[in-house]
Write a protein of this length. Structure first.
Length: 335
């Protein structure tokens, strides 16, 4: 079994016994030591893609200050011979926020697996909450926050064990203002949505996300979404999206997302360029390469297995979901 020791910025793993930990006699007097922590003799991977090399890592405070063959005294030493020393892993597509908060919030299991950062909000985000969205949280979390920033503050308050960041979900913003209506927004409704984006960006959002195969995003036109993405781009945010197709085989969905990002002036990221896209992989990659050649910043992610998971509502026609969950259930009762 691999042994793991976690730090906020670095972790160590390997196939030997647990690393030996040594403490100096007077750890509190850090001025007596060259380093607060010295990780000695591990195979160090620096995250650049270069092969690992055997060496030491010196830490002072919350910074790595030396890598190589290190001499000096340390308040604490980890003998890491036979182990790997790597940067912490980033889970760049996580939906664990509700589950985490319902179970105390801290999430030590992620930390013990070597994850030091999670990214949330890939389709809808946990804030802002208004209108019908207030009723979508579990009862235990109702009233804990409303705005995007208040959600991040609440995560910090409960004492989460790793770093977190989040997009603000354009679908959630639409639901705040319009519910789940299948129609274009009025001028005033669009203005409210744009202000929510600006406020969320000021409160720390990475950018705007969209799940174009899910309601209510599926009701949005390209022009509507472009307006929303532009607000985030003006404040340094990116456009991260599930393309407008569930089976991942429609090149037009890739073209649409690239056009939205280009017109809005935003970098573009695609979620889940997966095995479901395999029949069109060459086409999709050619479209992305062409956009990059034009100077656009386009990236994508993929998981390394041949299956996926989503909710049943992703396969219920969009027209049947118009008006929200209760309206959808009524249609299902009397089809």
């Amino acid at each position: 079994m691999k042994k793991i020791i976690l730090f906020s910025f670095i972790f160590i793993f390997g196939c030997s016994d647990s690393p030996k930990m040594e403490s100096a006699a007077d750890v509190g007097k850090s001025q007596l030591f060259d380093y607060d922590l010295l990780i000695r003799g591990g195979t160090v991977f620096d995250g650049s893609g270069n092969p690992g090399v055997v060496g030491d890592v010196g830490v002072r405070g919350d910074r790595i200050v030396a890598i190589g063959d290190i001499n000096g005294r340390s308040a604490r030493t980890i003998e890491a011979s036979g182990l790997y020393v790597t940067p912490g892993f980033i889970d760049m597509h996580s939906h664990s926020e509700s589950f985490r908060l319902l179970n105390g919030g801290q999430g030590p299991s992620f930390a013990f697996q070597g994850f030091t950062t999670e990214i949330y909000g890939e389709t809808v985000s946990m804030g802002p909450l208004g209108g019908q969205r207030r009723n979508e949280l579990p009862d235990e979390l109702l009233g804990k926050w409303e705005s995007f920033g208040e959600f991040l503050d609440y995560m910090e308050k409960v004492g989460i064990s790793i770093n977190v960041a989040s997009y603000v979900g354009s679908g959630g913003i639409r639901a705040n203002v319009m519910g789940y209506d299948d129609r274009p927004p009025t001028h005033d409704e669009l203005a409210q949505m744009l202000e929510m984006v600006r406020k969320s960006m000021r409160e720390g959002a990475l950018g705007v996300s969209a799940g174009m195969s899910y309601v209510p995003n599926i009701y949005m036109t390209s022009d509507e979404l472009t307006s929303i993405v532009r607000e985030a781009a003006n404040m340094g945010g990116i456009f991260a999206n599930h393309a407008r197709t569930m089976n991942g085989t429609d090149p037009n969905a890739i073209y649409e997302a690239i056009a939205i990002g280009e017109q809005a002036g935003a970098a573009i990221h695609f979620f889940h360029l997966n095995s479901t896209s395999s029949t069109e992989a060459d086409t999709f990659l050619a479209i992305i390469d062409e956009a990059r050649e034009r100077g656009l910043k386009v990236t994508g992610d993929s998981y390394t297995y041949t299956w996926g998971i989503t909710g049943l509502r992703a396969y219920i026609p969009a027209w049947a979901q118009a008006g929200g969950v209760e309206a959808m259930l009524e249609r299902l009762r009397d089809p």
